[in-house]
Design a protein around this ligand. Structure first.
Ligand code: HEC
Ligand code: HEC
Length: 304
């Protein structure tokens, strides 16, 4: 091959290689710029729904959470009586150690619907059996509300059941102490509560009362009532119950802690301060429901 032809061929090959390289580089660059383009999409966290938060605040007050978890929901020692035990209502404004990434909703759902903590262990004294009937919307409302609370820093001891408490538990004297034992864990929460104002809503809301006034609402001694604790009253429309009460008497009693005759309802035994924070429409529903119950003759003070 003549030298000039060889040079031309090599020159041509060089140009070709150069062109291929340029093509590869530009294909890479063009595709890369499209593959890596930043579309700058930023999704804001779900806007907390003010109506849901307000509903949660109302439930947290009227369903008695503050009675056991403190007025600021920062936790409270409920009972410190070793060798019986020490029972502490958890701080609901901060997530428990080791669970910082878990949602408030998961914590609430487990505690309210199942009576268990984030490690799936049964909660002591938390009345989840009564709360298990809360609707999913009510649990969402409570979760939305608790998620908005500023963390309260408070040193609290751990709950622990002492030898006397354990003996009573084993002897079957503390039936409602571990709600998780009597909850149907296969049942899912209803989506929504019936409309406020109806008798059906009253039945729903009054589940909270059954832990003390019993499933038939005719009252009697409470298994968690210590010495000096009055029995829960008969709420049915029998003469031994609320036969002589009007709806106004009932609402006034829940708001003021006084019966129609002016006597005081024991606020340590009966959470009237909490129940009294329910709206008129809610209390009206509860009243409609109580009035729909068959009258049961039971003098609470003498009931076994
Ligand atoms: C009669 C008292 C009482 C009432 C009323 C009560 N709690 Fe509790 N709750 C407790 C106690 C005690 C514990 C801790 C039990 C334990 O440590 O075993 C607890 C635990 C909890 C926990 C679990 C905390 C964790 O470990 O993650 C949540 C959540 C909770 N309660 C929410 C509520 C809400 C919401 C309400 C109101 C709708 C409420 N509680 C009403 C006593 C109560
Ligand atoms: C933690 C236990 C407990 C819960 C929960 C509870 N009660 Fe009571 N309630 C009592 C006790 C105990 C008494 C009696 C107080 C007394 O003798 O001073 C009582 C008294 C009453 C009275 C006064 C009746 C009378 O003649 O003395 C009414 C009304 C009442 N409760 C309604 C309700 C309603 C409605 C609910 C549910 C929304 C409810 N209670 C939830 C324990 C409870």
């Amino acid at each position: 091959m003549p030298k000039s032809l060889l040079r031309k061929t090599m020159y041509g090959a060089g140009v070709l290689a150069g062109l291929v390289l340029v093509a590869v580089v530009s294909v890479y660059a063009l595709s890369e710029s499209r593959l890596r383009k930043d579309y700058a999409i930023r999704v804001a966290p779900a806007e907390p729904d003010p109506a849901l938060i307000a509903e949660g605040a109302r439930l947290a007050r009227s369903r008695g959470c503050a009675d056991c978890h403190g007025d600021d929901f920062g936790g409270k020692v409920l009972l410190d009586e070793m060798p019986f035990g020490r029972i502490v209502g958890d701080n609901l404004t901060v997530m428990p150690a080791g669970h910082a990434r878990v949602s408030v909703r998961e914590r609430m759902y487990r505690a309210l619907h199942h009576g268990v903590d984030l490690d799936s262990r049964p909660l002591m004294m938390m009345p989840s059996k009564e709360y298990a009937s809360l609707s999913m919307r009510e649990i969402d409302a409570l979760s939305a509300y608790f998620a908005t609370l500023a963390p309260v820093r408070r040193e609290l001891p751990d709950s622990a059941l002492g030898p006397v408490g354990r003996t009573l538990l084993v002897a079957g004297k503390m039936e409602s102490f571990l709600s998780a034992e009597s909850i149907d864990h296969a049942a899912s929460a209803v989506a929504e509560a019936p409309p406020i104002g109806t008798l059906e809503y009253g039945r729903h809301a009054a589940q909270l009362c059954t832990g003390c006034h019993r499933g038939d609402f005719a009252g009697g001694r409470m298994d968690h009532g210590g010495p000096g604790m009055p029995p829960a009253a008969n709420l049915t429309r029998h003469a031994t119950g609320l036969a002589a009460w009007s709806e106004r008497d009932f609402i006034a009693a829940m708001r003021t802690g006084r019966r129609p005759d002016g006597s005081e309802i024991d606020g340590k035994a009966m959470p009237w301060r909490a129940v009294g924070q329910a709206s008129d429409a809610e209390l009206h529903s509860i009243w409609l429901f109580l009035r729909s119950l068959p009258p049961i003759a039971r003098d609470a003070a003498k009931a076994p």
